[in-house]
Design a binder for this molecule. Structure first.
Ligand code: A3P
Length: 312
């Protein structure tokens, strides 16, 4: 009955230089040939960089702070394009009697297609796996990228992998998988830099987790401006409260309690914990050995050498 256990990182392949689950191949053609609607907003990120936070911010701004509508699960309000490739819910249904898979997880491409525009599409796909129309610029929907420093990202990814993907190894081993670009959607740097290099295009907004932590109202104002939505200062204050870590941690529409509760109910994973874990900057310092930090820093220096990207 332990569906995910020992399945972590089974069946991964490299697709155009990106580590992807083998089932992604079933979706790839459809995504490449996607009929892109320029009214939609694409929220793009490497996993664990603040995607959920950004999705909730974008959805709320686009929907004029509709807190009632916002009680619907974020997975339905801002669907995750390729999620069907990550977990095989068909297998899961066969394994676990009575498992009720929400439609936004079961056939994610169809779900996204059936939404009324503007859809806030979430994707972890790097630029080179996005629809061809976006890559060649024939369609220019708004794209919001969220980046986070790789050490905190890796720590967050480790907890996520334990909580939702059945990872049972230790943290150091996980860090080595991260540095070796073996985790899903890696390489991290190619992912980030492809969007960073397009940050000046008028349909692209590049956000950083660390900036949102430091000054959330400014991030909200910049996002509203980019989305061509007017927010008064009172609305900025209200949204700042709504998007605080404590508020999001308590909000069942965004805190992934649906998925963690299912895991518990069907005893899929033994790991206890919450998706909204710590929401901090620099948390890696308390758990990463000095040697690993040094290795990460070397890796960061090497990968940013001929770029104008810097972490602060
Ligand atoms: P931690 O595991 O470091 O706590 P993603 O949505 O891309 O999977 O990213 C998840 C990370 O964003 C988690 O990081 C989560 O706690 C953090 N996060 C989610 N909402 C947040 C918020 N309102 N404020 C700060 N961090 C938040």
């Amino acid at each position: 009955n332990k569906y995910f256990v020992n399945r972590f990182r089974k069946g991964y392949v490299t697709v155009d230089g990106v580590t992807m689950p083998v089932r992604f191949k079933e979706l790839q053609e459809n995504i490449l040939n996607w009929n892109v609607n320029e009214q939609d907003v694409w929220i793009c990120s490497f996993p664990k960089t603040g995607t959920t936070w950004t999705q909730e911010m974008v959805w709320m701004i686009l929907n004029d702070l509709d807190f009632e509508g916002g009680q619907v699960n974020l997975g339905a309000r801002s669907p995750f394009l390729e999620v069907s490739a990550l977990f095989d819910y068909r297998d899961l249904m066969r394994d676990v009697e009575g498992f009720d898979v929400p439609p936004f997880l079961n056939d994610s491409l169809k779900f996204v297609q059936n939404q009324k525009s503007p859809v806030c599409i979430k994707t972890h796909l790097p630029f080179n796996l996005l629809p061809k129309a976006i890559q060649d610029g024939t369609k220019r929907p708004k794209i919001i990228y969220i980046a986070r420093n790789p050490k905190d990202t890796c720590l967050s990814y480790y907890h996520h992998a334990k909580l939702l993907e059945g990872y049972t190894g230790d943290f150091e081993t996980f860090c080595r998988l991260f540095l070796a670009n073996k985790l899903c959607f890696a390489p991290y740097w190619k992912h980030l830099l492809q969007f960073w290099n397009r940050r000046h295009e008028d349909n692209v907004l590049f956000l950083r987790y660390e900036d949102m932590k430091k000054d959330l109202p400014s991030a909200i104002r910049a996002t509203a401006k980019f989305l061509e939505k007017d927010l008064n200062e009172n609305q900025v204050d209200i949204l700042t409260d709504h998007l605080s870590f404590d508020s999001m941690k308590k909000n069942p529409a965004v805190n992934y309690e649906l998925v963690t509760e299912l895991n518990k109910k069907y005893k899929l994973i033994e790991q206890e914990g919450m998706f909204m874990r710590s929401g901090s900057v620099g948390g890696y310092k308390t758990v990463m050995s000095p040697e690993l930090i040094e290795e990460f820093d070397r890796w960061i220096r090497t990968n940013t050498k001929n770029t104008d990207f810097q972490f602060y």
